[in-house]
Design a protein around this ligand. Structure first.
Ligand code: ADP
Ligand code: ADP
Ligand code: ZN
Ligand code: ZN
Length: 876
């Protein structure tokens, strides 16, 4: 599309003026937004809020920034595309805090995202208590991710992995032929190793446990890799006979012990899936040298306020701030008397080592410790650094994140938690004159946590910034200075600005779906509460902050689990309930999570047991907001399986039959029919320096994904690429007479996803959309009953209107004889549930108990519950 940025005419002072915005579904939108104000964009999912806030305003600000800093970026901007808008006036530089859409996050921790870790390292380096005679260390010496800081025994991982007989041979009653050595490769590789043992005369038909010890040890642990003749297909007796007669073998095979195979795969494989498989045959334990603290002994010998840096990194941020308080107020006890004799050799060696490593030698650093005056300087440094740390943690605690620890891996955080971490970092950055563009900052926040978020936003405003916020939360809408309601519906039925002005004015806008929710005109979703058909009872649950908790979930009901952020809802539902029920069903949870790196695994298995109700649960399904795929290669058509049926229709056309094109020809994942240039992706990825890579349309097929011949075949006038370009809604009409395609499409439409295109890449879908696609896939499977569905915050990203539709679907699942458990903050969902479990009362170690449980009306009366007041209001 041609670049059409005209910059003529001046906008209204104090306002950002947008003219002719046409990004995605926007229909030539003209709008004026006040600066230095809280502007909230509302509208049903898919109406075009993000296309306006992120796709237009932020994209344009970013484009201008690129252009100003790097003229060569021009080409890159052309490739990525500029927002389709005629003019934007008065736009300040912008910072976006968006929830991640499908981008895998690199390994990072709370400490590194917030940069608190560097502050802590500096504190230990400059102001720590060193053992007598130990020279001072540099800040990097306290980082497990640097060669100078990492524990030499575990390379900074904190864990060591060992292969044991029990870990590699889980069932010793099996024979080698029956795959007793489970750790060996599957398929041909494993057969090869077995045949080699046969050649060596090992009895592969005796149970493993009855084989001699020395033989078992050799098979599992030897580092030798002998070559043996292999007689493929012969029995052990025939093999021995063939060897005696020196017959020509099928080939020469190389033996590899199970340990060698597993450790080799674990350390060298590029594939996370393979590493994960290998990890299953290893036992891991805290590194005995650093006790899991990942640092070299010298670094761990330095303490601050009595803690080593490993201990400090494991504390919750709230506890950490408490531990720092004496230092900040200069109340630390005096350090042990410093011995008069210093180990000068150590100091000299240290300096030499640093000089060799290219680091600037800190002349005299070791001598610091004997100079009393400098000790005072050190105390001052301690005081200043500790005070700074407390201050910065305060911002995080106010945003309801005080229960996190510095060493928490970010992959285990929810996207809302991650966004708040980033927001906290922004709050400290003291920028002004910037427009912050935010995506649902209240996501994952209990209403009781919401106030702090609103204060944080107010702080950004007070500092002289503008706020453009996409939000579904009524509380945030009420506090807005200015509302922009986009709609009226989604996709091609949306894309217009219905209202732009102070919130009160929306009251008169009939077409707005937001109006009735904001002004309390909506009919509450009410239905008689169901009686449980039984109870799924869990006892003695130990997981994260849950310490011996019992919980009961009513079967055949909709249960909402609530509590403030960090209280333990996810630990109870998404971890303990899923794992315990999954274990009892004898198979993994049905979920399509990407295999995670084993190194990022959450803490060990849940402790606890199920004491009743399992007889009624035959299946377990987790429906979460994780992306349905991480590349543009997956999309809703492939994910739901409806594309298979479409391809069959294409293969059955006369033209396809004449050309002998089968269904595979119409797959962009198979070489024969797809565009060879982009291999069917339709996009090529553009690598940007310092930024995540972005996708640009393939120049050969112009994004159609297919070779020209494939596109010549049409079905009812549509090419296969045309079908991928249809919205769900249009596809419903096009495939009205094809039940196998229509059924999944109709479910998607009923869930409010009619505006999505069939070929819309997974990378463009929001978490809420991904979750509803998963739910639709599940709903079309036909309802057998006896399934336990677990959903974590299903309303994130949903307008109240969409929440109502979702509730309708969940009610449908329950009415069909299933059980649904949702983790939720939305009081309307809670008010509509049959049963509510409130976890708390606080976060982290101040939570982790069940404060109240029962029908919503009962929980609304519970004294200790922080949810009760909000629930009461929702029930009125
Ligand atoms: P909202 O933020 O209100 O949920 P969006 O702005 O994300 O809505 O989407 C508005 C419309 O634009 C939808 O029809 C959506 O499918 C479409 N859309 C969103 N992102 C893209 C994209 N990257 N490419 C093409 N269409 C998109
Ligand atoms: P909620 O779902 O109510 O927000 P969580 O169950 O996620 O709360 O968290 C409860 C406590 O358990 C918090 O202190 C949190 O930091 C901790 N926690 C949760 N998940 C993990 C994890 N994967 N690793 C370590 N700690 C965790
Ligand atoms: Zn170690
Ligand atoms: Zn191509």
């Amino acid at each position: 599309e041609p670049v059409r940025i005209a910059r003529s005419g001046a906008g209204r002072p104090g306002y950002v003026t947008v003219r002719g915005a046409r990004e995605h579904n926007l229909r030539d939108v003209d709008v004026e937004l006040p600066r230095d104000a809280l502007v909230v964009f509302t509208g049903v999912s898919g109406s075009g809020k993000s296309s306006l806030a992120f796709g237009t305003l932020y994209a344009e600000a970013q484009r201008r920034y690129f252009e100003s800093v790097a003229p060569y970026a021009r080409r890159m901007i052309d490739q990525v595309g500029v927002p389709d808008v005629d003019a934007i006036e008065g736009l300040p530089p912008a910072v976006a805090l968006q929830q991640q859409r499908g981008t895998p996050s690199a390994r990072s921790s709370v400490g590194s995202v917030t940069t608190l870790s560097s502050l802590v390292r500096m504190m230990y380096s400059r102001a720590g208590t060193y053992p007598p005679g130990q020279p001072m260390l540099y800040a990097e010496d306290f980082s497990p991710n640097t060669p100078q800081g990492a524990c030499p025994s575990c390379g900074g991982l904190g864990r060591v992995y060992r292969a044991t007989e029990a870990s590699m041979v889980p069932d010793p009653s099996l024979t080698i032929r029956e795959r007793a050595v489970a750790a060996w490769p599957q398929a041909w590789g494993g057969q090869n190793l077995r045949d080699i043992l046969v050649s060596r005369g090992v009895d592969v038909d005796t149970p493993w446990k009855d084989l001699p010890r020395a033989l078992r040890d050799w098979i599992l642990f030897t580092d030798e890799q002998p070559q043996e003749p292999v007689y493929a297909g012969l029995s052990p007796e025939q093999t021995q006979a063939a060897r005696r007669r020196r017959l020509e073998p099928s080939y020469m095979g190389t033996f590899t012990s199970a340990r060698r195979h597993v450790l080799g795969t674990f350390t060298n494989s590029q594939s996370a899936l393979m590493r994960r498989r290998a990890a299953r045959y290893l036992v891991s334990e805290d590194c005995p040298a650093c006790h899991g603290k990942r640092l070299k002994p010298e670094a761990l010998s330095v303490t601050f306020a009595g803690y080593d840096i490993g201990e400090l990194s494991r504390m919750t941020l709230s506890d950490l701030a408490e531990a720092m308080r004496p230092a900040a107020e200069d109340r630390l006890p005096d350090e042990d008397t410093i011995p008069a004799t210093l180990d000068r050799d150590a100091g000299r060696q240290d300096r030499a080592r640093r000089a060799a490593a290219g680091a600037s030698a800190h002349a005299g650093a070791p001598d610091v410790r004997v100079t009393p005056n400098l000790s005072i300087e050190k105390r001052l440094a301690a005081q200043r650094l500790a005070a700074d740390l407390i201050d910065r943690i305060g911002t995080l605690t106010e945003l309801g994140l005080g229960y996190l620890s510095l060493d928490r891996v970010t992959t285990t955080l929810s996207s809302g938690e991650l966004q708040r971490l980033r927001l906290a970092t922004q709050l400290r950055s003291q920028l002004f004159g910037v427009a912050y563009v935010l995506d649902e900052p209240t996501a994952g926040l209990h209403p009781a946590d919401g106030d702090a978020m609103h204060e944080a936003l107010a702080g950004l405003l007070a500092a002289g910034n503008s706020l453009f916020v996409v939000e579904h939360d009524i509380g945030t809408m009420r506090r807005a200075d200015w509302l922009v309601d986009v709609g009226p519906a989604a996709g091609e039925h949306g894309g217009t600005v219905l209202y732009s002005g102070p919130p009160e004015g929306l009251r008169d806008i009939e077409a707005s779906r937001t109006r009735k929710h904001l002004f309390g005109l909506a009919e509450p979703h009410r239905r008689p509460r169901r009686a449980p058909t039984g109870w799924l009872r869990l006892e003695g649950i130990v997981r994260n902050n849950l310490n011996g908790v019992s919980a009961a979930f009513p079967l055949g009901c909709l249960t909402a689990v609530t509590g403030i952020s960090g209280s333990g809802k996810s630990s109870l539902v998404s971890q303990a309930l899923l794992e315990l029920v999954g274990d009892r069903l004898g198979r993994a949870v049905e979920t399509d999570d990407e295999p995670e790196d084993p190194l990022d695994e959450a803490p060990g298995p849940t402790e606890g047991r199920i004491v009743g109700g399992m007889e009624a649960v035959r299946r377990l399904v987790k429906v979460d907001q994780k992306p349905i795929g991480r590349t543009p290669r997956s999309n809703l058509a492939t994910y739901t399986g409806l594309f298979d049926a479409v391809r069959k229709l294409f293969a059955a056309t006369p033209e396809a039959r004449r050309r002998r094109y089968d269904a595979g020809r119409f797959s962009f994942n198979v070489a024969k029919g797809r565009c060879p240039a982009c291999e069917g992706e339709g996009f090529v990825s553009v690598e940007l320096l310092f930024m995540p890579s972005v996708y640009a349309p393939c120049p050969t097929c112009h994004g159609t994904r297919y070779a020209p011949e494939t596109l010549e075949v049409t079905w009812n006038g549509l090419s296969i690429a045309d079908v991928l370009g249809l919205t769900v809604e249009r596809a419903c009409a096009a495939f009205a007479d094809e039940p196998s395609v229509l059924r999944p499409l109709a479910v998607l439409r009923d869930l409010g996803l009619g505006y999505l295109r069939l070929g819309q890449p997974a990378t463009e879908l929001s978490g809420g959309e991904a979750q509803r696609i998963k739910l639709a896939t599940e709903l079309q499977r036909g309802q057998r009953g006896g399934t336990l569905y677990v959903l974590d915050e299903p309303t994130t990203g949903l307008h109240p209107t969409d929440v109502d539709r979702l509730m309708l679907q969940l009610d449908g699942l329950v009415d069909a004889g299933n059980t649904v458990v949702v983790v939720e903050h939305d009081m309307r969902v809670m008010a509509g549930a049959d049963h509510v479990i409130d976890v708390g009362p606080g976060a982290g170690n101040r939570g982790g108990t069940i404060v109240a449980a029962g029908r919503p009306e009962r929980v609304a009366e519970a004294k200790a519950s922080r949810t009760a007041p909000y629930l009461r209001e929702a029930l009125d």
